[in-house]
Design a protein around this ligand. Sequence first.
Ligand code: ADP
Ligand code: MG
Length: 220
Amino acid sequence: MQLVPALLPSLIQAIDNVIETNAKEVTALDQAIGDGDHVTNLQRGIKALTAQSDELVPLDWATAWQKIGMTMMTAVGGASGSLYGTLFVAMSKAARDRPVVSEVERPLDLQAFAEIFSSGVDAVKRRGKADAGEKTMLDVLIPVAASLRQSAADSVALPVALENVAQTAIAGMESTRDMLATKGRASFLEERSRGHIDAGAKTSQLMICALVDVLAKQLT
Ligand code: ADP
Ligand code: MG
């Protein structure tokens, strides 16, 4: 499999489907400890990405991620819009420092992607002034970045790395259930935030698992 931006339309389509399928469940989560708009926010962004997905195909990864980040920032809104926007813009910046992935048609390797994704997640931490254990999307993103780095360090085969990512994302999402929210709207509820999965952690996990499914199918 070649990890090239030509995959983006099918990846965006998969994200659209998984959020649509789980919209009710996620909205219920955000209604429990947030303001209930998370799915609507995200779907505004996904719609905008779908509209531009053909434009992404001929780009190099750095340019594609920059475009995706700007679209997320302007279309999504809410806390999650600026955080996802920051993730992709920072990934673009990290990719530009690596000419090998800035070349069109040049496939991305696991080591490079692990480092680029980790730079993106670090930028989200700074933007949200948050870290692991605060009941946010970072409880999925931080362990997934670590899993990618570990798989790259161990030189595991891509299907195994993808499976590790999916399992890590699910475990991270589940881990938010018993956490006390200390960032975002859920933090206003203090102790009452416990017992509910964080909506942003849930959508991050769903999107990551949907991406993994598409990529795993490409391998078979
Ligand atoms: P808003 O909270 O502004 O209504 P959304 O509902 O779209 O925005 O997104 C809420 C999600 O954003 C939360 O479930 C959480 O995962 C994530 N989030 C909120 N604040 C932060 C933060 N400071 N750092 C990381 N993630 C955050
Ligand atoms: Mg909200």
